[in-house]
Design a protein around this ligand. Structure first.
Ligand code: 16G
Length: 167
């Protein structure tokens, strides 16, 4: 993850996130009690997830592979303050390549100005590259287009309109 620290000013990376009270790491089971789901609820509806449901989903994600749920913890208060997920899709195209998807990016809004969004997105994007993804994709709200563009994501007009069918 030290590949492009120059993108940050001052330079920060997953191993040196800029503050010694902060750590960037994979999601752990104990994060259920560190506010992980409360953080996700700043992004969208999470419902009321029990410890058992959380554990089962965690186990499923680990055993199926291809889920890299990444978090930032404030170690001073044992709270999860940022999260982003990389999911990997197996493909036949591009010589049996894999595609990455950036999902569920959220940063606690009381930690503004610390470049945490940038830190977690760059970390997960580098992970996608390291894992051999031929591309990394995301859906976002209009107001976040500029943010993702600043980190190297591009709109591909005519080629990648996001469409949904809600159930
Ligand atoms: C955003 C998220 C997506 C998340 C969705 C939830 C990023 C880059 N995009 O599109 O990952 O799943 O919001 O919204 O974080 P929904 O509840 O309307 O599906």
């Amino acid at each position: 993850f030290n590949k492009s620290p120059a993108k940050f000013n001052p330079p920060i990376s997953a191993t040196k996130p800029g503050e010694d009270w902060m750590v960037v790491r994979p999601l752990q089971r104990a994060d259920y009690n560190k506010g992980f789901l409360q953080l996700l609820s700043q992004l969208t509806s999470t419902g009321n997830i029990s410890r058992k449901q959380f554990d089962e989903r965690f186990t499923q994600m680990k055993s199926s592979g291809g889920y890299y749920v990444t978090v930032i913890e404030d170690k001073r208060i044992s709270k999860i303050i940022g999260a982003a997920t990389l999911t990997i899709e197996q493909k036949f195209i591009h010589n049996c390549s894999v595609r990455g998807r950036l999902e569920d990016v959220v940063v606690n809004d009381t930690y503004r100005g610390k470049q945490l969004g940038k830190l977690i997105v760059v970390t997960v994007s580098l992970l996608a590259e390291e894992l051999g993804c031929y591309k990394m994709s995301l859906d976002c709200k209009d107001k976040l287009i500029k943010f993702y563009e600043s980190l190297g994501y591009k709109l591909e007009p005519g080629n990648s309109n996001a469409m949904n069918m809600r159930f």
